[in-house]
Write a protein that binds this ligand. Structure first.
Ligand code: NAD
Ligand code: UFG
Length: 340
């Protein structure tokens, strides 16, 4: 099977390409390098031993995308990662997010329809649940989105539902909890541009000396140690779920045209537990302080992953310590590269 991966140079896309190739799939990847670098293609070649079939392409360019998809023979399914993902930026620049995340998805679906491609795996997010009672399963109500970014994920899911009703498109929407970690080779990982918003890159950048101190956003929440709870999932486990989702569509295991699965570990960890886990695997005492709450943070969210286990035959295999170990190895590899 040949899989088109949009956003293939990005964090989750690059890890998924590795696992697709390992599983024997042919991959065609596109990306506009809005939030990634061409050097990732070299790293992918080093890991997989294969040249990646890659084209620089912006999915907002509808006619170029249509021509590309039509002229690339044999695409059986698409995994659609390409999107902007910074929650804060989406509040300041909502149109950028609607144009890219929603408009880009519409363009892609049109291109797929014209080329007769009938299977898509879509990157959604647990942000659609807002503040829900964990463990959160797929039947939890979808709340009014907290940000334009979150709204784009909800809108795209709705578009995919409508398109799957109107045509013979089959869809798997994967709602990721908190993806962290990096490939064990330390050749690919997350590349936060500027000051990271997310916890784990902030931890590793503080440990390496790029940031002076990590601020823990609030320790007065009603949780075990007062800090927020999240479900941190290793990016390689996440990548493997995409391979399972492709297999699920290919073997027509889906009972409905639109299927949705949570992807998490099923366990919640607090911010302080994440820091302790990092300190344990790195042997470094992290410089952190307690600060005020961050506006918009939900108190606790972690997944019920029963549906993915039953439907996709998938579950996570990597621990929080594995996440921290690989993130730290990646940060150190980045520092070595920068010092060269
Ligand atoms: P990322 O930014 O590392 O990867 C996205 C890739 O898409 C980037 O390489 C970027 O250059 C590319 N891209 C963006 N707009 C494009 C366009 N118009 N045309 C072509 N390429 C384009 O992000 P990621 O963490 O790998 O996220 C992948 C997907 O997963 C996104 O849809 C994101 O919203 C979703 N998601 C991510 C998280 C997370 O915490 N990382 C959580 C939930 C959902
Ligand atoms: N945190 C800190 N200090 C930091 C950064 C984060 O204490 O410097 C805390 C946050 O307050 C939160 C936890 O660490 O309690 C995790 O924060 P992240 O920013 O890493 O992750 P979020 O859960 O806030 O956000 C993630 C994705 C979003 C997505 C959201 C859905 O980054 O894209 O999950 O819930 F929308």
């Amino acid at each position: 099977m040949k899989i088109l991966v949009t956003g293939g140079a990005g964090y989750i896309g690059s890890h998924t390409i590795v696992e697709l190739i390992k599983a024997g799939y042919d991959v065609v990847a596109i990306d506009n390098f809005d939030n990634s670098y061409p050097s990732v293609l070299e790293s992918l070649k080093e890991i997989t031993g294969k040249e990646i079939d890659f084209t620089e392409m912006d999915i907002r360019d509808k006619s170029a995308l249509k021509t590309f998809v039509k002229n690339t023979p044999g695409i059986d399914a698409v995994i659609h990662f390409a999107a902007n993902k910074a929650v804060g930026e989406s509040v300041a620049l909502p149109l950028k997010y609607y144009e890219n995340n929603v408009g880009g998805t519409v363009n892609l679906l049109e291109a797929m329809q014209e080329a007769g491609i009938k299977q898509i795996v879509f990157s959604s997010s647990c942000t659609v649940y807002g503040e829900a009672t964990p463990p959160v399963d797929e039947n939890a109500p979808i709340l009014v989105a907290q940000s334009p970014y979150g709204n784009t994920k909800q809108i795209c899911e709705e578009i995919l539902i409508d398109q799957s009703k109107a045509t013979d498109l089959t869809v798997v929407a994967l709602r990721y909890f908190n993806p962290v970690g990096a490939h064990e080779s330390a050749l690919i990982g997350e590349l936060p541009i500027g000051i990271p918003n997310n916890l784990v890159p902030f931890i590793t950048q503080t440990a390496i000396g790029k940031r002076e101190v990590l601020t823990v956003f609030g320790d007065d929440y009603p949780t075990k140690d007062g800090t927020c709870i999240r479900d941190y999932i290793h990016v390689v486990d996440l990548a493997l779920a995409h391979v399972a989702a492709i297999d699920y569509l290919a073997k027509q295991k889906n009972e409905e045209a639109f299927s949705v699965f949570n992807l998490g570990t099923g366990e919640g960890n607090s911010v302080l537990e994440a820091i302790q886990s990092f300190e344990k695997v790195s042997g470094i005492k992290l410089n952190y302080k307690i600060g005020p709450r961050r506006t918009g943070d939900v108190v606790q969210v972690y997944a019920s992953c029963e549906k993915a286990f039953k439907g996709l035959g998938w579950k996570t295999e990597r621990s929080l310590e594995d996440c921290m170990r690989s993130s730290w190895k990646w940060e150190q590899a980045l520092a070595t590269k920068e010092n060269k």
